[in-house]
Ligand binder design. Structure first.
Ligand SMILES: CC(C)(COP(=O)(O)OP(=O)(O)OC[C@H]1O[C@@H](n2cnc3c(N)ncnc32)[C@H](O)[C@@H]1OP(=O)(O)O)[C@@H](O)C(=O)NCCC(=O)NCCS
Length: 460
């Protein structure tokens, strides 16, 4: 079902995202049409503007984590520091208006977001449903993966397990098999797409098996329902299928968290690894280990841990003043405030705002003390962080809100939260993997310099 017909002409004219009311094409058929146009665009950029200057490389870029350096191509989304993310020109509210929801639901589903990211077009309902079915039909795990995951100690971090499972799935890689056979470069993307769809389809079963083994050993996992969307099946396999609100929340979270342009650590990692023509499984496994760092994807587990420690320490006496004191205590002990700050954003993250809106529309969520604490912290933290004066962005990022809602709905194992992020971020990383092969992008190889070499260059 389309949630609304209100995609304005302004939005449609941006990029090449458009609604195509009657189409029943497959994602491959749409890509067949779109790819030649993009190949031509790249060719023209290279031949006509290859020497155009996009910015200077300063010493601060080289020693400062390349922050702000415009140095990579990423097709699916572009991040504006003040406005936040746009997926092929569409903001999160635009996507909420335009993209298909699940039957009986209201939130965007992963399939429609994946379609938009991949093709730059808003899928029709028929196209979305057909992709859902295609993924559900491919969703079962091979037996050797089940055995591998079941053999891991439950104390091994769920993210480590997820990365291992994804890497091992490359046993099935069509891309690798075709490469060994000696296919033409122009055919790479079709095998990349096949692997990407297979991987996306299997992530829910893999992630759910890890959850079952670590937190509910021995509990049966429901079979994949071919009539359900990807996240509907994921929540079912996690054991929360009867919780409609949690399912809707995870649909929204997984869709809007699926891509955040290319420079972030996980996206950049998958891009770099993929550029060596490592297959989509290995590229995404590498991305997952970047996601597992506390400054990146692990922040969602850290936020909840931090907020709960705050709750424990403050008891019932939760006032703005007490929260302010707790924030200062965290900062003075040399720790970062998890869920705040961003490498690019300089304004509250629209993904955070979308999750807050989800809470605002549900009185039972708003009544939850941990959800209230997150909201109150948001009312205090930006001013404290501004006064502290270090972070360039004192506002919340998506992780400030994501965990507390899961906790409310009974998914309380916060070590697992980054795995959910890992299911989501595949949407963007796999999209770019397909595009990088379609555009024939080369292996990444930036130039590094030692400090002595930098000083020598400065003197020259
Ligand atoms: C996201 C993050 C890694 C971005 O880092 P960045 O691009 O280097 O951010 P800035 O340029 O604003 O950092 C400048 C300084 O402010 C500090 N800073 C940034 N965010 C901070 C925060 N939330 N709390 C305290 N200090 C912070 C940095 O550690 C850095 O300190 P340093 O100069 O001593 O190294 C950083 O904001 C952070 O650690 N946030 C908390 C973790 C988090 O929420 N991660 C999820 C991101 S989606």
């Amino acid at each position: 079902m389309f949630r609304s017909t209100a995609v304005s002409a302004r939005h449609v004219s941006r990029g090449f995202a458009q609604r195509r009311l009657a189409s029943t094409k497959t994602v491959k058929e749409v890509l067949d049409e779109v790819i030649p146009k993009k190949q031509l665009q790249l060719k023209q950029l290279k031949t006509e503007h290859g020497q155009a200057v996009l910015g200077d490389v300063k010493v601060e870029h080289v020693v400062g984590g390349m922050r702000g350096l415009k140095a990579m191509l990423w097709e699916a989304s572009v991040l504006d520091p003040n406005e936040g993310i746009r997926f092929h020109g569409l903001t999160i509210p635009d996507c909420q208006n335009a993209l298909t929801a699940a039957p009986g639901g209201k939130e965007i589903i992963a399939e429609s977001m994946f379609w938009l990211l991949l093709t730059g077009k808003v899928p029709t309902e028929a196209e979305t449903r057909q992709l859902s079915r295609q993924l559900a039909e491919k969703g079962d795990l091979p037996e050797y993966i089940e055995k591998l995951i079941d053999s891991l100690p439950p104390t091994l971090h769920p993210m480590t397990q997820l990365g291992m499972g994804v890497a091992a799935l490359n046993h099935e890689s069509k891309f690798q098999e075709a490469y060994e056979r000696g296919i033409k470069k122009s055919e790479y993307w079709t095998y990349a797409l096949e692997d990407s769809l297979n991987l996306l389809a299997r992530l829910p079963a893999l992630a759910a098996r890890i959850y079952r083994n670590v937190y509910n050993p021995g509990k049966p996992i429901p079979k994949i329902n071919k009539d359900l969307d990807l996240v509907g099946n994921y929540v079912n396999m996690l054991g929360y299928g009867d919780n409609h609100d949690l399912t809707e929340y995870l649909r929204l979270y997984i869709a809007i968290h699926g891509d955040h342009e290319g420079g972030n650590a996980s996206a950049h990692t998958s891009h770099l690894v993929g550029s060596t023509l490592s297959d989509p499984y290995l590229s995404y496994a590498a991305a997952l280990y970047a996601l597992a760092g506390p400054l990146h994807g692990l922040a969602n587990q850290e936020v909840l841990r931090w907020q709960m420690n705050m709750q424990k320490e403050l008891g019932d006496d939760i006032t703005h003043e007490n929260i302010e004191d707790y924030l200062w205590k965290t900062l003075k002990s040399g720790q970062v405030v998890p869920g705040y700050g961003h490498g690019v954003l300089r304004y509250p993250d629209p993904r955070f705002m979308a999750l807050q809106d989800f809470c605002e529309s549900r009185p039972n969520l708003l009544a939850d003390p941990i959800v209230q604490l997150v909201k109150k912290t948001y009312e205090v933290a930006p001013a404290v962080l501004k006064e502290h004066g270090k972070t360039k962005n004192p506002f919340p990022n998506v992780d400030a809100a994501s965990g507390c809602v899961l906790y409310h709905y009974g998914l309380t194992e916060f070590k697992y939260y980054t795995v959910i992020f890992g299911v989501s971020r595949a949407l963007g990383c796999l999209t770019q993997y397909v595009w990088s092969r379609a555009l024939g992008l080369p292996i990444e190889r930036p130039k590094s310099l030692s400090m002595d070499a930098i000083e020598k260059l400065i003197k020259q």
